[in-house]
Write a protein that binds this ligand. Structure first.
Ligand code: HEM
Length: 422
């Protein structure tokens, strides 16, 4: 979509019109060049909400991310503060807290998420991926989002949480509906339904699980939350539920989004796919480039705690400050030819955040999961083709495809019989 005629000071960056087919990359390129820290005066969909600053360059996103004293996470973490979920609930998750409580809660989980501990799960994750791909046997086409990505990522994170397989689809539906609240396909019942239906359902389902773990602790992450003590005090019920929600939400949506966008990019860039098929070690590069070009979360947000200047703009205490990873990851000052999908890049990206206290807890799990998903899919279906138009979620937060129709066995590309093919 061309945004050229609109004067930048009038642009409303979160305007839904701009996000119908995914992030407005042309607009972000103009902002980086001409107004890298930009004020949006209103959110047309949510007239009660205050406007926000957009931070669009790699260096500025890093500066905001690493200065939690000036840019707080405790007053909302997305462009909207209260419109989808009240800020009191958001702040019950450690992603919505500042130090010291944030650090203490995060530390409870960090040991279980180191690359070494996550590597212990490799066989189990691969078995989940293989099992889901086995179900495609005999089919010519499928939707990579709903037939492959969703069932794999749900089972992986749910097994960490102790959720039984029979509840995978229900939890996935709840997470999609909340993270994609503004998108009519992900959330057909409208934004108000998040608080009216989804959150009560989460509390109800979670309360059962919590009661079971109180009675009989296991070694899953739900047990960690239920028995957590911070400064000698147990978490309150709503903090346990929201902590649970944070982990299930982060695990369900993000890896699914990156896998689908990455597979699409590999299909659309046959030279890059041929390189991976030829040299399986390049899978790691394909994962990183997918993360860079298609960060699963288009943004996260902070709130200024004091008056401060950023990129020459006067930010006031209380202002919302949105870090657009979909823009910073394509900052031409940092990445050469940033719109090109190039799996040989080595430059660090910001899909997992830009350092600082809230850097993604699940980074090792996400990387391992994505590598396995790419490997297993490419090994079986090295010549996969698009079989219809992919659909992008029309939201400013969950940067993901909602449909990716593929023909599983397309014409054989160069490299299809390389070392990776089964
Ligand atoms: C492709 C996959 C993923 C991407 C792109 C991603 C991205 C991010 C980003 C950008 C943040 C920073 C938020 C901020 O600065 O406010 C974050 C935080 C977080 N992520 Fe991930 N994530 C992914 C996978 C996962 C997985 C699999 C988990 C599993 C549990 C996870 C758990 C978390 C948690 C708990 C936080 C909050 C950390 C904190 O507040 O200290 N993420 N993630």
């Amino acid at each position: 979509m061309s945004t050229d005629p609109i004067a930048l000071d009038e642009v409303l960056v979160a305007d839904r019109e701009l996000w119908q087919d995914g992030p407005p990359h042309e607009l972000f390129a103009r902002l980086r060049g001409q107004c890298p820290v930009h004020w949006t005066s209103e959110l047309t969909e949510y007239p009660e909400e205050a406007g926000f600053w957009s931070v669009t360059t790699f260096d500025d996103v890093q500066a905001v991310s690493r200065d939690w004293r000036t840019y707080s996470s405790a007053h909302g973490i997305t462009g909207v503060t209260n419109a989808v979920m009240p800020v009191e609930l958001i702040s019950a998750m450690f992603i919505g807290m500042d130090p010291p409580k944030h650090d203490r809660l995060k530390a409870l989980f960090q040991r279980g998420f180191t690359p070494k501990r996550i590597a212990e799960h490799e066989d189990r994750i691969r078995a989940i991926a293989v099992d889901v791909l086995d179900r495609l046997e005999g089919r010519e086409t499928c939707d990579l989002v709903s037939d492959v990505a969703q069932p794999i990522v749900s089972r992986v994170i749910h097994s960490f949480m102790g959720i039984p397989p029979s509840e995978d689809a229900d939890w996935a539906r709840l997470m999609n509906s909340i993270l994609g609240a503004g998108d009519p396909e992900l959330n057909p019942h409208g934004v108000a339904s998040v608080m009216e239906r989804d959150v009560p359902e989460i509390f109800e389902r979670c309360s059962r699980l919590i009661a079971e773990r109180r009675e009989q602790p296991t070694n899953d992450l739900t047990s960690v939350l239920v028995h957590a003590e911070v400064d000698g005090e147990r978490l309150e019920e709503h903090e346990i539920v929201m902590g649970f929600f944070l982990l299930v939400a982060a695990g369900n949506d993000s890896t699914k989004a990156t896998y689908c966008s990455g597979m699409r990019a590999l299909i659309e860039n046959p030279d890059q796919r041929a390189m991976v098929l030829d040299d399986p070690a390049l899978v790691a590069g394909a994962v990183e480039e997918s993360l860079r070009m298609f960060p699963a979360f288009a943004h996260f947000r902070r709130t200024a705690t004091r008056d401060v200047e950023l990129g020459g703009q006067p930010i006031r205490a209380g202002d919302k400050v949105v870090m657009w990873y979909v823009s910073s990851n394509r900052d031409e000052a940092h990445f050469e030819d940033p719109d090109r999908f190039d799996i040989t890049r080595t430059t660090e990206h910001q899909a997992f955040g830009a350092g600082g206290r809230h850097f993604c807890l699940g980074v090792a799990l996400a990387r391992l999961e994505l590598q396995i998903m790419f490997q297993e899919t490419l090994a079986r279906y090295p010549a996969m083709e698009l079989a219809g138009e992919p659909r992008h979620a029309a939201t400013q937060f969950a940067n993901q495809l909602t449909k990716l129709p593929v023909r599983l066995r397309g014409a054989e590309p160069p490299g299809a019989r390389g070392p990776m093919a089964a």
